[in-house]
Design a protein around this ligand. Structure first.
Ligand SMILES: COC[C@@H]1[C@H](c2ccc(C#Cc3ccccc3)cc2)[C@@H]2CN(C(=O)Nc3ccc(OC4CC4)cc3)C[C@@H](O)[C@@H](O)CN12
Length: 294
């Protein structure tokens, strides 16, 4: 069908083949994947190849219970203040937390158990029920580990990962926004130790181009031991911090109902930092908005 046929009316005597409504459309010759999402795609491929399953990360609004208390992060911890965390006013409180599990978390915070002395402070349910924008995807890991411990048929070993947005009430600067994408890997199995954590981290970073690693003791409220990970970055040609890691504490795992002997190792990094290095962004704001170079 052409403009000429429409003009001279010859379309009336022409037989056209029927429309094929099942035919695929032609790929539009415009638009490209955002650089951040290119790196996310690469990291997802690597983690799938390593046998990790992706966690559901669409819940941006989270209760302090899953984001902090379930991780044995004390209610007095500064990260739980409004200057570090975004609090949600409506709805005011979390809808559902498993009551029996909540009681075990309260006990381990107040008086310990499982070989721990706890924090010896009063644990307030009202604090745990507050709603925030999740500060790390470890909030998703805590939910998934609780489900793994209480699934039909009992615990089975599992490898999970998450890559999604997290929110922190940060001072904005050239390398920090109030949100970033956290990448987190978690392995739950019997008898895991530091060697398994180091080996898994080495395997992951080798697959994304960093083979020369150093591990430095660190501290996280929810992991013991904890390690900062440094890598000799082939593009930067220098040592740079490439992530953090640790073994989740018994005070976090035991109240969930995970069987004796189950250990959970985990590590995390961001998406923005490797993307900025790979695509030579000097300012994190150039990663977003209309000036994105792709
Ligand atoms: C508030 O800042 C948090 C963020 C982000 C981060 C830090 C820790 C975790 C974690 C964790 C964790 C620990 C224990 C158990 C579970 C999760 C996750 C993200 C990066 C972590 N960092 C980071 O990504 N650095 C990085 C990663 C990769 C890279 O190149 C790729 C290999 C090719 C280059 C750099 C280190 C720094 O950038 C750091 O200054 C910024 N960190």
């Amino acid at each position: 069908l052409t403009a000429a046929m429409l003009a001279d009316g010859s379309w009336r005597d022409t037989t056209f083949k029927p429309y094929n409504f099942d035919a695929e459309g032609t790929v539009p010759a415009c638009g490209v994947e955002h650089t951040l999402l290119k790196v996310r795609t690469e990291f997802r491929r690597v983690l799938f190849e390593m046998g990790f399953a992706e966690m559901p990360t669409s819940r941006f609004v989270e209760s302090c219970f899953w984001n902090f208390d379930a991780l044995f992060q004390p209610q007095s911890h500064p990260a739980r203040d409004a200057h570090d965390t975004f609090f949600v006013s409506k709805p005011g409180v979390a809808r559902h937390v498993p009551e029996d599990y909540c009681e075990r978390v309260k006990t381990v915070h107040q008086t310990g158990g499982y070989g721990s002395r706890g924090y010896g402070t009063v644990w307030e349910r009202s604090e745990a029920d507050k709603l925030i924008l999740r500060t790390h995807t470890t909030a998703v890991s805590s939910r998934m580990l609780y489900e793994l411990a209480n699934q039909e048929g009992g615990f089975t070993p599992k490898k999970y990962f998450s890559i999604d947005r997290v929110f922190r009430n940060e001072t904005l600067d050239a390398t920090h926004l109030a949100e970033f994408h956290q990448v987190e890997g978690v392995v739950a199995d019997y008898g895991l130790g530091l060697a398994d954590l180091i080996g898994t981290i080495r395997d992951f970073f080798r697959r994304i181009g960093i083979t020369n690693l150093r591990f430095k003791p660190a501290y996280n409220p929810y992991t013991e031991p904890s390690m900062e990970v440094f890598g000799y970055h082939p593009d930067l040609k220098c040592w740079t911090e490439i992530g953090n890691s640790g073994i989740f504490r018994p005070e976090m795992l035991a109240p969930m109902g995970l069987p004796e002997g189950v250990r959970v190792i985990a590590w995390g990094l961001s998406l923005e930092r490797p993307t900025m290095i790979k695509y030579r962004y000097s300012n994190i704001r150039d990663l977003f908005g209309h000036k994105v170079q792709v």
